[in-house]
Design a protein around this ligand. Structure first.
Ligand SMILES: N[C@@H](CCC(=O)N[C@@H](CS)C(=O)NCC(=O)O)C(=O)O
Length: 211
């Protein structure tokens, strides 16, 4: 029995961020409860008691419950052995934090809610909304551009692989399944970054399952 319990299904980009981190740390034995966001599972009273806003992921570890991906990821990065996904220098940490914040605040809504939902799960957002899709392309592209400018000549967004990549990659994965991918991915350096992400075993081991 694993001492890591994770609520949230494999269709969630935020759950995938956590699972990529766990995979990078070499942890595969977790007790995962596949709450399906598309089926409304996180809105049940049981889950609302865990997370009052009905979101996944939620983590239990070592007698502690943790909500919110950034807190979960930072905590797991600290307590699990293995290489750190948080850069050691203040400037690289700032690069990471900046893109995590940008993805959280603007990227998820644009790329997932605007583009991916339009093509892949329109029912979840009340049907196909052309305005939301257009805004998603415009703002999603800004997010990708800023991430790639921040990456500069590094392999990954904040130097070495970090939480910034683990935030953006699961969302980009959904966009890559849509016909709008070229409109947002046609950004300098994106192709090189994406090839590196797709080659990561942690990415390959955590394919989304929205079923
Ligand atoms: N601020 C939260 C966001 C998590 C989030 O939005 N999760 C989505 C799935 S990717 C969710 O649980 N959605 C359920 C819903 O909105 O009903 C975090 O960082 O963990």
């Amino acid at each position: 029995m694993s001492d890591i319990k994770l609520w949230g299904f494999d269709g969630s980009t935020y759950v995938r961020t956590v699972k990529m981190l766990l995979a990078e740390k070499g942890v595969t034995d977790i007790d995962q409860v596949q709450l399906n966001v598309l089926a409304g599972d996180p809105q049940t009273p049981e889950h609302l008691a865990r997370h009052p806003f009905g979101k996944v992921p939620v983590l239990d570890h070592d007698g502690m419950r943790i909500l919110e991906t950034s807190a979960i990821a930072r905590y797991l990065n600290d307590v699990l052995p293995g290489k750190s996904l948080v850069p050691s220098t203040p400037k690289d940490r700032a690069r990471m934090d900046m893109i995590v914040g940008i993805v959280d605040s603007y990227g998820y809504g644009a790329l997932l809610g605007g583009i991916a939902a339009y093509h892949l799960f329109p029912d979840f957002v009340g049907g196909q909304n052309e305005e939301a899709r257009k805004a998603g392309i415009e703002n999603g592209r800004k997010v990708i551009e800023l991430a790639m400018t921040t990456k500069g000549s590094s392999d990954f967004i904040a130097g070495d692989l970090s939480l910034a990549d683990l935030y953006l990659a699961p969302i980009a994965a959904y966009v890559s399944m849509t016909p709008d991918k070229d409109a947002v991915f046609d950004v300098p350096s994106f192709a090189e970054w994406w090839a590196k992400v797709e080659a990561l075993p942690s990415y390959q081991a955590t394919a989304p399952n929205a079923g």
